[in-house]
Design a protein around this ligand. Structure first.
Ligand SMILES: Cc1cc2nc3c(=O)[nH]c(=O)nc-3n(C[C@H](O)[C@H](O)[C@H](O)COP(=O)(O)OP(=O)(O)OC[C@H]3O[C@@H](n4cnc5c(N)ncnc54)[C@H](O)[C@@H]3O)c2cc1C
Length: 383
């Protein structure tokens, strides 16, 4: 079957925040095709809950954010990448605001939440716990206003086209139907997100299947840091797939992990107790689960006033209630377990091929949230 051939200046693979934001910036430099294998919205970005860590609060500085990130990274961070994240974060979030993102405010001032390993409140959020959906909406609308961007839904990148050692485009398979298309471009950006859905248990959406890593590997790139799989400590221990993530912002607001005896245990593992880096919390949960014969630990919401839970975590509350848990009306509300989070890799550039966001390039996130914990026997992944 002949494939349709489309020529453009730039191809971006993936419609999460990394892909769309890059496309928006590339749009000044020529025509951009954004490919995405499901709908535009279906991405980890859409499901991000707690918010974005950024030094915008008047008492905060990028330098403090950098220090916290490096400390949580336990010496394993790529320092220049951390610097980019912490120094450029405020400007990037301001750009999201300028393009219409509605982050939560009180009397016009941004509200900041707190999460593990951050010494201060620095998490901007939207609609309580629907930050990702607001970021994705903003990016889709901003991209939609630019005439040089064309989006292709249900179009999965299947193979990079390599000519004379350079990346010249990408082969695409339409889903469903299986028709082939070829995009020929001066640059190809891989922004395909993570690998979480390769694991038996995951809180990632089904589209997170490491496609970008596979594309890069097949094109001859080396992958780096594949051993870094981030654990998200708290996913709801209930039926269904993907597993429902309970943001660590919940612990930032005061919720406490307790064992089967109802005893708070995080203080025995780290001086920051429930606000320890994410990997420390994940390991502690696994350790407690082992001590109690594999039973899940629980997340006690009772230190958070009910009104605050409703205001800050409306989406989480709603989902928990749908699944038969009600943190407003039971003392030890929610069974959780330590799970394994997303894998990141660094693809080396081949010609004009680049990577961004979860699919690529630099090792900040593991530092932002802490390095990898040990494997649980039944791994699960988050974003
Ligand atoms: C439940 C959950 C909660 C989270 N909460 C937070 C939070 O509070 N704060 C925070 O900072 N981070 C959070 N994260 C992580 C955050 O969402 C991700 O780090 C970020 O959104 C990744 O963006 P991305 O653009 O790199 O990837 P994604 O948003 O996953 O986008 C990848 C895109 O690539 C597309 N794609 C994949 N393969 C192909 C292919 N072969 N061809 C074409 N398209 C393809 C996908 O369909 C998707 O559109 C959370 C993640 C999850 C899953």
């Amino acid at each position: 079957m002949d494939s349709q051939v489309i020529s453009c200046d730039h191809v971006v693979i993936g419609s999460g925040i990394a892909g769309l934001w890059t496309a928006i910036h590339l749009a000044e430099r020529g025509s951009v095709a954004v490919l995405t294998k499901s709908t535009l919205r279906e991405s980890s970005t859409e499901y991000a809950q707690g918010g974005i860590a950024v030094a915008l609060c008047p008492m905060d500085t990028p330098e403090l954010h950098e220090q916290d990130t490096l400390e949580a990274g336990a010496g394993l961070c790529d320092e220049p990448a951390v610097r980019v994240l912490t120094q450029e974060g405020p400007q990037a979030v301001q750009e999201l605001i300028d393009r219409g993102a509605q982050f939560d405010r009180e009397n016009g001032t941004l509200l900041y939440g707190r999460e593990a390993a951050h010494r201060t409140t620095r998490i901007v959020h939207a609609y309580g716990d629907a930050t990702g959906a607001e970021v994705e909406r903003t990016a889709i609308e901003a991209a939609g206003e630019l005439p040089t961007i064309t989006t292709y839904e249900e179009s999965a990148a299947a193979e990079l086209i390599i000519a004379d050692g350079e990346c010249a485009g990408v082969e695409v398979v339409r889903i469903p139907g299986g028709q082939r298309m070829r995009f020929i471009a001066n640059s190809v950006l891989i922004a395909t997100g993570g690998a979480g859905s390769l694991f038996l248990y995951s809180t990632n959406p089904p589209v997170a299947t490491a496609d970008g890593m596979a594309l890069a590997l097949r094109a001859g790139c080396a992958l780096q840091d594949m051993e870094f799989v981030q654990f998200h400590p708290t996913a709801l221990a209930s039926e269904g797939y993907p597993k429902f993530l309970i943001s660590e912002a919940v612990r930032g607001e005061g919720a406490v992990l307790v064992n089967s005896e109802g005893r708070a245990f995080m203080g025995e593992y780290h001086q920051l107790a429930d606000l320890a880096p994410r990997d420390v919390v994940a390991r502690a949960i696994v350790s407690e689960m082992r001590k109690q014969g594999g039973q899940h630990v629980r997340l006690d919401f009772s230190p958070i006033p009910a009104a605050r839970i409703k205001e800050r975590f409306p989406g989480i509350l709603d989902e928990l209630r749908k699944r038969g848990f009600d943190p407003l009306h039971s003392a030890k509300a929610v069974c959780v377990w330590g799970v394994r989070e997303l894998r990141r890799a660094r693809g080396q550039p081949a010609g004009q091929q680049l990577t961004a966001g979860r699919a690529g390039v630099r090792q900040t996130h593991r530092g932002d949230n802490g390095p990898t914990g040990p494997s649980t026997r039944r791994p699960a992944a988050e974003g």
